[in-house]
Design a protein around this ligand. Structure first.
Ligand SMILES: Cc1cc2nc3c(=O)[nH]c(=O)nc-3n(C[C@H](O)[C@H](O)[C@H](O)COP(=O)(O)OP(=O)(O)OC[C@H]3O[C@@H](n4cnc5c(N)ncnc54)[C@H](O)[C@@H]3O)c2cc1C
Length: 275
């Protein structure tokens, strides 16, 4: 039997095993308002005293929402270090109003799925549990230009990014939605241009309208920071289009797979670095 080589042996002095990540305690929240923004988008306001201390420092941060299982009126409160709830999904805290303990969340109604189905029937007084927040997009301090490429699931994240940009930054947004009735006003950024492109109802086409629009735009300049958030395979294709045909340096790109065609509960940390 051969001895493990030096490089196979964990170096416990310089690389001690990571301490288990401590989960923040779940917070019980109630629906206090439901707004129909468009045929496929609901804005739901969640309220509750347990939101005290919930703070978000970066745009495009995320949180976990736990939905009731079939037959439950409200989800069970998860134990801090217990098993993960089956009906837990990832959402963007769109607007956080700490003084009144409120958060707005925009839900895409895409069809089947515990989160989308729940949002389609949401009513004032219904209960969810919320965990987080998780980290968001660290805006590079002095970037003069941004390009945001994404689909409707990333509309809330893009709103938070637009609201955080400096007055001097220019920003181009390419946003894919299922139909033109989904278009809406986004936060005013002084030098912004928003292009809406339509996917239609066939989700197997996800990302194709984004790729076509990108090919028709001038290639991004070397000082443009690019944020891509959409269906996971589309995000990878867009990364490849940017770094291949369009000659963008990979360091300019931040990628996020927000959902994956045919997969339930796509993970919250799919960055597409493998593409
Ligand atoms: C960091 C982060 C932030 C996010 N923020 C938001 C947000 O603010 N608002 C929002 O609406 N979504 C957001 N998402 C996406 C959301 O987490 C997923 O869409 C999630 O899968 C929805 O759960 P579900 O229970 O409805 O469907 P699931 O049970 O997860 O999936 C069921 C089926 O629906 C399909 N599906 C899932 N999502 C979509 C979609 N958007 N469009 C078309 N088909 C879909 C899946 O491929 C699967 O076949 C975010 C994701 C991440 C990673």
């Amino acid at each position: 039997m051969t001895e493990p080589s030096r490089s196979d042996t964990p170096d416990l002095q310089t690389n001690p095993p990571a301490a288990p990540r401590k989960r923040r305690p779940p917070r019980r929240v109630e629906v206090s308002r439901v707004q129909i923004l468009s045929p496929a988008m609901r804005r739901i306001t969640l309220t509750g005293a347990e939101l005290q201390g919930f703070e978000v420092s970066d745009p495009a941060s995320y949180m976990k929402l736990i939905f009731p299982e079939p037959g439950q009126l409200e989800p069970e409160r998860p134990l801090p270090d217990g098993p993960r709830a089956k009906s837990m999904r990832t959402y963007t805290p769109l607007a956080v109003r700490p003084v009144v303990c409120e958060i707005d969340v925009d839900f895409v109604l895409h069809g089947e799925g515990p989160a989308s189905s729940w949002a389609a029937q949401a009513q004032v007084g219904q209960v969810l549990f919320l965990m987080g927040p998780g980290p968001g997009y660290k805006l590079p301090a002095d970037a003069p230009a941004y390009l945001l490429i994404g689909d409707d699931s990333a509309l809330p994240a893009f709103e938070t990014i637009l609201a955080s940009l400096s007055d001097t930054a220019t920003v181009q947004v390419i946003m894919e939605v299922t139909g033109s009735a989904e278009e809406r006003a986004l936060p005013d950024a002084p030098h912004s241009a928003v292009q809406w492109v339509v996917r239609g109802l066939d989700n197997t086409q996800a990302g194709q309208a984004l790729e076509a629009a990108l090919r028709q735009s001038p290639p991004p300049a070397a000082d443009t920071r690019i944020y891509v958030a959409c269906e996971a395979s589309a995000m990878r294709r867009i990364r490849q289009l940017l770094t291949g045909e369009l000659g963008v340096d990979p360091s300019q790109i931040t990628g996020r797979g927000y959902w994956k065609l045919g997969n339930v509960n796509h993970p919250d940390h799919d960055y597409g670095d493998d593409s």
